[in-house]
Write a protein that binds this ligand. Sequence first.
Ligand SMILES: *[C@@H]1O[C@H](CO)[C@@H](O)[C@H](O)[C@H]1NC(C)=O
Ligand SMILES: *[C@@H]1O[C@H](CO)[C@@H](O)[C@H](O)[C@H]1NC(C)=O
Ligand SMILES: *[C@@H]1O[C@H](CO)[C@@H](O)[C@H](O)[C@H]1NC(C)=O
Ligand SMILES: *[C@@H]1O[C@H](CO)[C@@H](O)[C@H](O)[C@H]1NC(C)=O
Ligand SMILES: *[C@@H]1O[C@H](CO)[C@@H](O)[C@H](O)[C@H]1NC(C)=O
Length: 224
Amino acid sequence: MGRINGLLLGTLVLLATTMNYSATAPAHDAPIKFDTAIENTVFEFYVNLFKYLFHSLVKTRELLESVLKDDTIVPNNNINRTKEQLQDYIAETTECLKPLPTNMTTLDGFLYIVANIHTINLFGDIVKRYNTTSLPTPTDEDRLIEATLKRHGLDELINNLKIRKTEFINEFLCKMDIVVTDLSEEDKIKNHKLVEWYQNYRNSTEEQRANDVFTHFAQMFARF
Ligand SMILES: *[C@@H]1O[C@H](CO)[C@@H](O)[C@H](O)[C@H]1NC(C)=O
Ligand SMILES: *[C@@H]1O[C@H](CO)[C@@H](O)[C@H](O)[C@H]1NC(C)=O
Ligand SMILES: *[C@@H]1O[C@H](CO)[C@@H](O)[C@H](O)[C@H]1NC(C)=O
Ligand SMILES: *[C@@H]1O[C@H](CO)[C@@H](O)[C@H](O)[C@H]1NC(C)=O
Ligand SMILES: *[C@@H]1O[C@H](CO)[C@@H](O)[C@H](O)[C@H]1NC(C)=O
């Protein structure tokens, strides 16, 4: 872990502990100074990733909560296992969305993000599990759950999250284009891992970038 990494994480933790989760994070107002524009841009990306994950956890939890309250689900005693699975997801997001303790090490901050990514992936598993289009032999229960998820806005939510993700990725790339172009030779050398990572990321297709944001992000971390 290099200097930038520690700085980013330290600042994220600081931000996360002071920001009001239910409002949009006041990232830009925070009294934080970074040495270079490239660090600032990456930091913004990190904050946006954090905000995106937080928003995703809140919205996916809301969706499953409303599914569990649905009239077709509540009286059905034959789908207890599924109900438990959905409740487990809700419990896990609730755990994730707890405010960070004030005394956090920087590693904890990173693990917090990793835990949120892990939880969001569990939601992806649930969606996949009840996707009757791709199941070889969907049961009545699979159809019921899928229909209920859709009735409560699954497709809209997936689209909305994808748009958000694409937005902050594209915003990041636009800013990085300018920042990298303007880097002095000296700063280019100083930040060469970051520049290389960015160039690779830039080269992927939009679809790859949106799908792989977390993988790419983890790679970027590894490269600091
Ligand atoms: C956080 O923001 C929400 C809505 O913006 C507000 O209702 C709430 O009181 C705020 N909480 C704190 C601790 O500032
Ligand atoms: C499912 O849960 C309900 C309420 O907890 C219970 O009454 C019912 O017997 C359970 N059904 C099965 C098949 O276990
Ligand atoms: C953070 O918590 C640990 C364990 O509870 C404690 O040893 C440490 O002194 C605390 N650090 C700060 C800065 O409060
Ligand atoms: C369900 O599976 C189909 C076929 O693999 C896929 O095209 C579709 O996007 C999936 N739906 C969701 C909501 O993931
Ligand atoms: C980006 O793609 C172009 C064209 O495919 C290739 O020439 C270039 O080497 C790639 N850059 C990186 C950093 O992979």
